[in-house]
Design a protein around this ligand. Structure first.
Ligand SMILES: Cc1cc2nc3c(=O)[nH]c(=O)nc-3n(C[C@H](O)[C@H](O)[C@H](O)COP(=O)(O)OP(=O)(O)OC[C@H]3O[C@@H](n4cnc5c(N)ncnc54)[C@H](O)[C@@H]3O)c2cc1C
Length: 332
């Protein structure tokens, strides 16, 4: 029978974020002997979160040098915990941090790893995506330890009464550190517009910046309408490639839009129950990013746009400026 190590890094406040708790939920649901391994500058809040999960062992690596993502320290900490736990399955949330560090750790332990996993079945097989989520495969492996990185939004998060876990500290011998983390630089988007948990994805296309019926573009009004809608609904904002490329070139359009908002083949594939596309043509490279949006609607002036060809459940042939003005007014 397999034994499980749930492995996660804490946030800056010492807690485990929701994606980590989703993976813990999946690990607990497997019903196999479970060890919890946590890494971070502080693990105090995480200790309360996982204390009641039923694990037989709690292992930790803590210290300032483990607070920031850096391959050498992350890999050394994860390796030390994996060796101490001796589990056959190591299950961790898929984040930029684990996607980067854990493949090397699997190699050091002579094991195997699968990333982009969306489900772990009772028998231990996993479901994962290939080719930017165009193909789904069920994978079984005999190699152990088998590291499995589970994507967010694929399992319900583990919740339980806060209870202090009794952690054993695992010693780590660090290699000489060549990388100093001096800070994090992220694209300037002005405000947080990407909300993975939102019920609605609102997509803005390049049409918002094009000349309108009066022969003039109206980017300022476009900004007001879009931001107004986002503030009222707390929807998540996506963009077409044409629009985010314009913003990236510093054009005076939609300052809050960055490449992180891009949906599509070369962008993101978010999961929301509903999506509303506006001023976007609905071309295939864009619409493949909508594959997990359950109900799709679009507003476009063009009755022959891509959305009309079976890509949207409802297409409103209308001026998005007028529609969103009215919608915002109705929302109050
Ligand atoms: C290899 C490759 C990868 C790509 N990857 C991606 C990707 O990941 N994501 C992506 O988005 N694209 C991607 N593209 C580009 C994609 O093919 C399209 O060029 C892009 O999505 C077009 O963006 P758009 O629909 O916003 O702009 P446009 O094609 O310019 O369409 C603007 C639309 O706005 C409508 N419009 C204008 N004014 C209004 C109004 N007032 N009311 C309502 N509608 C209005 C117009 O009718 C038009 O349909 C990729 C292309 C290639 C070749």
């Amino acid at each position: 029978m397999d034994t499980i190590l749930f492995l996660a890094f804490t946030e800056s406040d010492g807690s485990l974020a929701k994606p980590a708790l989703e993976v813990l939920g999946s690990a607990v649901a497997m019903g196999a002997p479970l060890t919890v391994g946590v890494i971070g500058a502080s693990i105090a809040a995480a200790s309360q979160q996982v204390g009641g999960c039923g694990a037989t062992r709690f292992l930790s690596v803590t210290g300032e040098e483990f607070g920031r993502s850096r391959y050498s320290t992350d890999a050394a900490a994860a390796e030390a915990i994996a060796r101490a736990a001796g589990a056959t399955l190591v299950i961790a949330p898929a984040s930029s941090r684990t996607n980067r560090a854990l493949p090397g750790v699997a190699h050091r332990l002579d094991g195997a790893i699968d990333t982009h996993v969306t489900a772990i079945a009772d028998g231990g097989s996993v479901t994962r995506w290939y080719y930017r989520q165009r193909m789904e495969a069920v994978v079984n492996r005999t190699a152990r330890p088998w590291f499995i990185l589970l994507e967010s939004g694929c399992h319900t998060a583990w919740t339980g009464e806060p209870r202090e876990a009794s952690f054993e500290t695992v010693a780590v011998s660090l290699p000489p550190l060549r990388t100093a983390v001096t800070g994090v630089r992220s694209p300037q988007s002005g405000e947080q517009t990407i909300r993975p948990d939102a019920r609605l994805l609102f997509v803005a296309g390049a049409g918002w910046t094009k000349k309108q019926a009066d022969g003039q573009p109206h980017p300022r009004e476009a900004e007001e309408l879009i931001l107004g809608f986002l503030h009222k609904t707390k929807a998540s904002l996506g963009g077409s490639k044409s629009l985010v490329d314009l913003s990236g070139e510093g054009e005076a359009v939609l300052q809050f839009m960055t490449h992180l908002n891009q949906i599509g083949q070369t962008g993101a594939t978010p999961r929301h129950p509903k999506g509303l596309s506006t001023c976007c043509h609905g071309e295939e490279p864009h619409v493949v990013g909508w594959r997990f949006i359950t109900e799709r609607r679009a507003v476009n002036l063009d009755p022959n746009c891509g959305w009309a060809r079976g890509k949207a459940d409802v297409l409103y042939v209308a001026d998005a400026f007028e529609v969103m003005r009215k919608v915002n007014a109705l929302l109050g």
